[in-house]
Design a protein around this ligand. Structure first.
Ligand code: UDP
Ligand code: MG
Length: 320
């Protein structure tokens, strides 16, 4: 079996050399043949120079460098497209994914699983983060059509046929967690102890996380649109009932001073609701807009890959 390790890197100059030696050590110990694909996602700190240096000293290293920062999703896609292995392992460069687990993944792969998924515990995470994550996963699993598991990220081994399946999904807005779940296949999840980021804080700000969460909710279903219909219907019914009540009161007791507060509250409340719903519709239209442009997910600036690679779904092979 041949193994490909795909590693997206964005400004990882401090850890990348250490990562490479740790991971090479592990891979060599498995006895399998392997290649490592580093995808430099437009780093600005000289990560690419280090990668070039690593590649000159190690024939199993391939690297790709994007023309700018396109995001981890695009970096992973590029790695998957160029992976030649019978199995691919996706791994972060920041040593938060313990290289020792590679061996464990290979063992489980031999037992026939198409996706071997490492699930981190939430030890060491701030309580607020843990709680919001729990609430989020409850919500998303209630709403969306794919099942997502808390603590499961991109760290996983994927068989060749599962990789091909992922590459068939050509959407521009890639929400990997959902895509991995969507393709199905036999999967197994095993747990590992959470590793804190060595050089300080995660690059995920609260806002980025929130937007990522929103992405997840919107990417895999159209239930928010349906919710708009239900809420609208419900409010219309309430409005009709209220109107009848007002007429009845006026007929039996004469017209009284109108309820100023009710009026303002209704206007503000309904106005807000309409804007939210409009926003939801806009979100979907925005997605359609980006999909129809058919822009590439990334642009490559530099690479040491030489072979022509057929991008599934496109008629012509794309050469680098
Ligand atoms: N990464 C990337 N592009 C980005 C952001 C991150 O390729 O725009 C890479 C990063 O180098 C790392 C992995 O994705 O290898 C995970 O990033 P990070 O550690 O910041 O995220 P977290 O571990 O907090 O999920
Ligand atoms: Mg990390």
């Amino acid at each position: 079996m041949r193994l490909t390790l795909v590693v997206p890197c964005y400004n990882e100059i401090d850890v990348i050399a250490r990562f490479h030696s740790a991971v090479s050590h592990e891979l060599a110990a498995t006895g399998e043949s392997y290649e490592i694909i580093y995808v430099d996602d437009g780093s600005t700190d000289g990560t690419l120079d280090v990668l070039v240096e690593i590649a000159t000293g190690d024939p199993s290293v391939r690297y790709l460098s994007f023309s700018r920062n396109f995001g981890k999703e695009s970096a992973m896609l590029a790695g998957l497209r160029h992976a030649a292995g019978d199995a691919v392992i996706l791994m972060d460069a920041d040593l938060q994914h313990p290289p020792e687990l590679i061996r464990r993944m290979l063992e489980l792969r031999v037992r026939g699983f198409d996706q071997v998924i490492a699930r981190r515990t939430r030890a060491g995470d701030p309580a607020t983060r843990t709680m919001s994550a729990r609430a989020y996963y409850w919500l998303i699993n209630k709403w969306s059509d794919v099942e997502l598991v808390d603590g499961v990220g991109d760290f996983r081994l994927i068989s060749r046929r599962a990789v091909e399946a992922l590459l068939e999904l050509q959407e521009y807005n890639r929400f990997s967690k959902g895509l991995f779940a969507w393709i199905g296949f036999e999967s197994i999840v095993f747990e590992y102890e959470n590793v804190l980021r060595e050089d300080g804080r995660s690059r995920w700000s609260f806002r980025k996380l929130f937007e990522y969460g929103l992405d997840g909710l919107l990417s895999f279903n159209n239930k928010p649109l349906r919710a708009a219909i239900y809420i609208g219907l419900m409010l219309s019914l309430i409005a009709v009932a209220y109107a009848i009540w007002v007429v009845v009161v006026a007929a039996t007791q004469g017209v009284q001073m109108p309820g100023y507060a009710t009026l303002i509250a209704a206007i503000a409340g309904l106005g807000g609701l309409q804007l939210v719903m409009l926003g939801v519709i806009g979100e979907y239209i925005g997605r359609i807009y980006f999909e129809t442009k058919q822009r590439p997910h990334y642009l490559i600036k530099e690479t040491n890959l030489t072979q022509t690679h057929v991008v599934p779904g496109s008629a012509a092979g794309r050469s680098l």
